[in-house]
Ligand binder design. Structure first.
Ligand SMILES: Cc1cc2nc3c(=O)[nH]c(=O)nc-3n(C[C@H](O)[C@H](O)[C@H](O)COP(=O)(O)OP(=O)(O)OC[C@H]3O[C@@H](n4cnc5c(N)ncnc54)[C@H](O)[C@@H]3O)c2cc1C
Length: 399
């Protein structure tokens, strides 16, 4: 790591332009382009040098993103979201130097895709209840993992998973977990599609039978999985709900486009609803912008739950309004083919697809009810829910 001062916005802009001059975004293959971008410290500017960053303030990432977007440079694909938004910040926070060097570059260049093996049939909101067991063999220094995970987005495209497993059933549930990186190609891992209301199978159920994880692929200490998982979850909420968006972007774009292009659909009532939605969406967008600027001085905290909550509420209101606006046409479903999507193209699909897919927004990354609990307890400081299972050994909990 050099002792040079972290660059400011102007220096970063120059750095990106020099990089673009040396790597033509139109002709350099995306993987090569992204790998070189990582090497130049322009992947995540707030990460340390050597880990894809420059040790710069986090807020300056926006400067870099704007420059690359203006040059229409290759970006990591949508299905790299779990690697980028969740695995990378966790590996940065808890990974050894060896782990950071091994995983971060191919994660950013999307040569390796990641998924998140957290939820189980009996552990979703109550993630600390996971029953998937990891047992350590001191002779081989390898963990053997058995269990079942569910709702695993993009597991069918993944190479690695971040995994939370129970390593000690004799202590209270939050204290008996550890956090691992699992090679999803291990013969003990079976990925099966789960078809959703949209007709697609974006997520999966994953059966783990005797999968092996070398101890070197543990992130954080044995028994510290809850702490590590919380870093992932805080980042997940910002990754899902706090993305930079242009005005009238995201799910609102097709609604305002239809409103402008098809005046015959307008009614005074719908105009009132659309204006309210427009203002609320803009307020949420600017709040997200403020959150990203606050992140300049640290990692995401419980405040990220608010942007994720607003994202879910607004997406469901927006897609509902779109169906109302389109009338009969909105009720016709465009395509119920069983597909394995790559996470892109929501706005190219018909309104019915967006309406159904947005239902998942208030479940994925923490349900809206659970996020309200987090905001109440950890942001507003209201009294905590009663938790009778906190000090009971996990194996003695009723199931
Ligand atoms: C599109 C999508 C993608 C997903 N991708 C992934 C993934 O890649 N990896 C992964 O691990 N998981 C993933 N999930 C799973 C997701 O994280 C869980 O579904 C979620 O945490 C809720 O858990 P659950 O489904 O078990 O519901 P439950 O936890 O059983 O909740 C049922 C209901 O009870 C409510 N509830 C539960 N606890 C409380 C409480 N304390 N207070 C008030 N209400 C409560 C909930 O809000 C919900 O309405 C995905 C889910 C969706 C929809």
């Amino acid at each position: 790591m050099s002792n040079a001062p972290a660059p400011d916005a102007d220096a970063l802009r120059r750095r990106v332009r020099d990089f673009l001059a040396a790597h033509d975004p139109a002709t350099t293959p995306p993987t090569e382009f992204l790998g070189a971008r990582f090497d130049a410290g322009l992947a995540w500017v707030h990460f340390p040098e050597g880990d894809g960053g420059l040790g710069a303030p986090r807020a300056l990432q926006q400067v870099v993103n704007e420059e690359f977007a203006a040059a229409e440079a290759p970006e990591p694909p949508a299905h790299a979201v779990i690697g980028l938004g969740m695995a990378a910040p966790t590996i940065l926070a808890f990974g050894t130097e060896e782990q950071r060097r091994r995983y971060l570059r191919p994660l950013f260049s999307a040569e390796e895709i990641w998924c998140q093996l957290f939820s189980e049939p009996g552990a979703g909101s109550d993630l600390a209840a996971v029953a998937t067991r990891a047992v350590h063999d001191p002779e081989t220094d390898v963990w053997t993992v058995d269990g079942q995970k569910v709702w695993t987005s993009f597991a069918h495209m993944a190479d690695f998973a971040i995994l939370v497993a129970r390593t000690d059933p004799d202590v209270p549930k939050h204290r008996g977990l550890s956090y691992f990186v699992l090679d999803i190609h291990d013969p003990g891992v079976e990925v099966r599609p789960l078809r959703q209301a949209t007709g697609e199978a974006e997520f999966n159920e994953v059966f783990i039978s005797g999968a092996r994880i070398p101890d070197a692929d543990r992130l954080g200490g044995v028994g510290e999985g809850w702490k590590v998982a919380n870093t992932t979850l805080m980042n997940e909420r910002v990754a899902i709900g706090g993305r930079a968006m242009p005005r009238e972007g995201g799910m609102l774009a097709p609604v305002t486009a239809a409103w402008r292009e098809r005046p015959e659909l307008r009614t005074p009532g719908l105009q009132d609803d659309l204006l309210r939605l427009w203002v609320d969406t803009e307020a949420a967008r600017l709040t997200g912008e403020r959150l990203r600027q606050q992140l300049a001085v640290g990692a995401p905290g419980p405040e990220g739950s608010a942007v994720k909550l607003a994202f879910a509420v607004l997406n469901q209101r927006t897609t509902g309004l779109e169906l109302e606006l389109l009338g009969d046409e909105g009720l016709r479903y465009d395509d119920w083919t069983f597909r394995r999507p790559d996470g892109t193209g929501w706005n190219e699909r018909a309104a019915g697809f967006r309406y159904l897919r947005a239902k998942g927004n208030s479940i994925e990354g923490g349900t809206s009810e659970v996020l309200r609990n987090i905001i109440a307890e950890r942001v507003l400081g209201l009294p905590q829910e009663i938790r009778v299972d906190k000090d009971v050994p996990w194996k003695e909990l009723p199931r």
